[in-house]
Design a protein around this ligand. Structure first.
Ligand code: OOG
Ligand code: NI
Length: 457
């Protein structure tokens, strides 16, 4: 019998996200400025909107408002991706969703490693958007082979990280001391290295094909390229970024500002030029790392998502070339068609909700309806929007592009290949819609069972 007591994967993820945040603030001081700005706007928003403050407090959200919501990395080979899957699993983070970015002219496909269950999400929702470079989309065989050869030379994991991952797998978790060591070792994979592994000419050749290829191929590891805190008012932070010295991305990605927020809105400060040493004693710069903020709303059903995609598509022509404020206004006009009250979103099955008993519902006794609408009308049950925990491919493409100097290559488009991604990952990715649907169904069943049992009590 083992005498080691194991810490929960959620706890390891919490330690890891905090260590990543400290490391990134030290590496990219402008990110620390962004965190301060977000904190300031969040504080002012809560002071202004006491209903929001109360709702967040009731949902136990206030104490983790300051923790980062996500980060992103890009890797070069199937082996790296497969090992990352095992590394993230130690922290209760599993691959959810498949994102094809080739459609947007970026030669990668991606998933998000994230906690899946309610307890994990509410403990610390930190997730990592992880992209795999698709060398097969590089047209020049010489360049493709050169890139593959450079990548074959590196090991992005420390020996200690590899040992602790294997140990976690064999003993079913890590002890407190092992977890601390694991976090320190894992952090090394995500650290910035100012020494490139190639000479400047090689860097420039890869950069000319696509800036992202140079970013993935020319360094010792997949440096974390951004972290993203949660803001309660993304429009306000966007507005204040320039005065705080940040070069803000032109527009906020995602849906417009609404009464009932849906999905995910994001913006960022643009990637900074960082001094880089190349082999052969040459100095240069590399531009990859930025800071982002996000504001999340309710998860949409397949039907709601189809409506979102249609309206976003319809807005494209109208918003083309507009500055943020005019862009937001045009977007809002197109999205007027999307119902903006919780009752309609629920009734029309556009969004996912979690059902709970009210105090009256918990005290209820005999024979109740099994119709949820009736139970809600009677004040026995409430429906609460389920937060969207994933990403949006069009928004992700916008974030990629704003940090790649607008470069894109249409020749990459039309190459979704989920099978190849899963083969590289060594596992299948979970379907995000199925996760929300399961949560909604489970909450419905629990509520109805309880009211049913109340009749027998
Ligand atoms: C990832 C960009 C996508 C998001 O929030 O949509 C992303 C990257 O630049 O590597 O992080
Ligand atoms: Ni991001």
């Amino acid at each position: 019998m083992s005498t080691t007591s194991l810490v929960s994967p959620d706890d390891i993820r919490d330690r890891f996200s905090k260590a990543m945040s400290a490391m990134y603030q030290a590496e990219v001081p402008q990110y620390e400025t962004l965190l301060k700005l977000v904190e300031e706007v969040n504080r002012e928003t809560l002071e202004r909107d006491s209903a929001l403050a109360e709702r967040l407090a009731a949902h136990d959200e206030l104490n983790r408002l300051g923790v980062e919501r996500h980060g992103a990395i890009r890797v070069g080979t199937a082996e790296e991706l497969a090992m990352l899957r095992r590394l993230f699993a130690v922290m209760g983070m599993h691959p959810v969703g498949y994102y094809d970015l080739s459609e947007a002219g970026v030669p990668v496909h991606s998933t998000a490693f994230r906690p899946i269950d309610d307890a994990g999400l509410s403990r610390n929702p930190f997730r990592v958007f992880t992209s795999l470079l698709r060398l097969e989309l590089i047209e020049s065989p010489t360049l493709r082979e050169r890139a593959a050869a450079i990548l074959a030379e590196r090991d992005i994991f420390t020996a200690g990280a590899r040992e602790l991952i294997a140990l976690s797998e064999s003993q079913g978790g890590l002890s407190d001391e092992q977890a601390d060591r694991f976090v320190a070792e894992a952090l090394e994979t995500f650290r910035w290295h100012r020494n490139a592994t190639v000479d400047l000419d090689t860097y420039e050749a890869l950069h000319a094909e696509h800036r992202l290829i140079a970013d993935v191929v020319c360094f010792r590891g997949p440096h974390i390229n951004h972290l993203t805190p949660r803001t309660l008012d993304i429009d306000e932070v966007q507005k204040r970024m320039p005065a705080a010295g940040m070069n803000a991305k032109d527009i906020i990605e995602g849906p417009p500002r609404r009464h009932c927020p849906i999905l995910l809105r994001q913006t960022s400060f643009k990637a900074l030029e960082e001094p880089t040493h190349f082999k052969g004693e040459r100095q240069g710069t590399h531009t990859a790392r930025f800071g982002e903020i996000e504001q999340r709303g309710v998860a949409l059903t397949g039907k709601g998502r189809a409506l979102y995609d249609r309206l976003l598509g319809a807005s494209r022509e109208k918003t083309q070339g507009l500055a943020n404020e005019a862009h937001q206004q045009a977007l809002a006009e197109v999205f007027a068609e999307f119902p903006d009250d919780e009752a309609t979103l629920r009734r029309e099955e556009l969004a996912f909700f979690e059902y709970r008993l009210t105090d009256a519902g918990r005290a209820a006794d005999a024979g109740h309806e099994t119709n949820l609408d009736a139970l809600i009308a009677q004040g026995l049950v409430t429906a609460r929007p389920i937060t969207y925990e994933d990403f949006l491919p069009v928004s992700a493409a916008g974030i990629f592009q704003s940090n790649l100097g607008g470069a894109q290559n249409d020749a990459y488009a039309g190459h979704a290949n989920r099978e190849a991604f899963e083969a590289a990952l060594g596992a299948s990715v979970t379907d995000e819609l199925a996760l929300y649907a399961e949560r909604e169904a489970a909450s419905k069943e629990k509520v109805l069972k309880r009211l049913d049992r109340a009749t027998a009590d």
